[in-house]
Design a protein around this ligand. Structure first.
Ligand SMILES: NC(=O)c1ccc[n+]([C@@H]2O[C@H](COP(=O)([O-])OP(=O)(O)OC[C@H]3O[C@@H](n4cnc5c(N)ncnc54)[C@H](O)[C@@H]3O)[C@@H](O)[C@H]2O)c1
Length: 261
């Protein structure tokens, strides 16, 4: 389903992005990897770029080919560097890249956002998510954080709440919708990658261990990559604006607890 397709994968130097790029290549896609760090394993096509600033996004987009089939937004920070950098990379940079890449994506192409079970609270925090996703372009994120009094420990879950809400909004945003570009999200639970140690520090061992206990094990990058690539593929052509929990049943377990069934 990916043979001959050109797929852009961010966060390609590590974890889920690295496995997504590897699997896409094995499935016959031409992969263009993007990361702020050089991948340890050589990428046929790699752009070193920083998604945390508007200028970094512009610089990346200037190096892209004229036609792309799909964009997998995988790069992310754990929150351990503070709310400003986390919101910048995980949401505003991701969205700026997606909007700038949209004209290069062929009609009927796809964008897949790697969100997280950590964004589960978007409904409970809907007004805040509406306000923060309603800010257009790549804002001065430090001012946004100060204006809304956002605390450092909120940065990661908030970034994923915004991403989940924006995924639904983007599916109906003219620059994507008018050209049939689908926008979906994949939400992992805990996954054994270098970032997991940072999550333990940010969210606490108890939260991470409870999530792992609910489903028997942590996920692996190899568990997540196929879901991302399915949503990139034409097999998902009628799936738009949705979130695919890819977590071994974690969200189902949390729903049961929160909703009482
Ligand atoms: N591992 C987990 O437990 C888990 C769970 C849920 C969601 N996620 C999400 O999955 C995605 C991938 O995480 P991972 O587990 O592979 O982590 P990882 O740390 O292994 O990989 C993240 C990659 O993003 C890159 N990156 C960070 N800042 C960047 C920037 N400014 N510009 C460009 N690239 C940048 C890093 O260099 C790194 O290669 C993230 O969005 C994360 O929030 C991970």
């Amino acid at each position: 389903m990916l043979f001959g397709k050109t797929i852009l994968v961010t966060g390609v130097a590590s974890g889920i992005g690295a496995r997504t790029a590897e699997l896409a290549g094995q499935m016959g896609a031409d992969v263009i990897g993007i990361d702020v760090r050089e991948p340890a394993r050589g990428q046929a096509s790699f752009i070193k770029g920083d998604l945390s600033t508007a200028a970094g996004v512009v610089d990346i987009v200037a190096q892209l080919p004229k036609r792309i089939d799909a964009l997998a937004n995988v790069a992310g920070l754990s929150g351990n560097t503070g709310t400003v950098s986390t919101l910048s990379v995980n949401f505003y940079g991701l969205r700026a890249l997606s909007e700038a890449v949209a004209p290069l994506i062929r009609e009927g192409g796809a964008i897949v956002n790697v969100a997280s079970i950590a964004g589960y609270g978007w409904r409970a925090n809907l007004e805040r998510a509406k306000a923060l996703t309603g800010i257009e372009g790549f804002p001065d994120v430090a001012s946004v954080v100060a204006e809304h009094g956002l605390k450092d420990e909120e940065g990661y879950p908030l970034s994923k709440e915004l991403l989940l809400l924006w995924t639904m909004r983007a599916a109906h945003q003219p620059q994507f919708k008018d050209r049939g570009i689908r926008v979906n999200a994949v939400s992992p639970g805990p996954v054994e990658t270098p970032i997991l140690k940072q999550f333990r520090a940010v969210l606490g061992d108890a939260r991470v261990d409870s999530d792992i206990t609910r489903v028997g094990r942590a996920g692996t990058a190899a568990d997540i990559a196929p879901a991302v690539l399915f949503l990139c593929s034409d097999g998902a052509r009628w799936i738009n604006g949705t979130n695919l929990p890819t977590d071994g049943g974690l969200e189902a377990s949390i729903n049961a607890e929160v909703l009482g069934f």
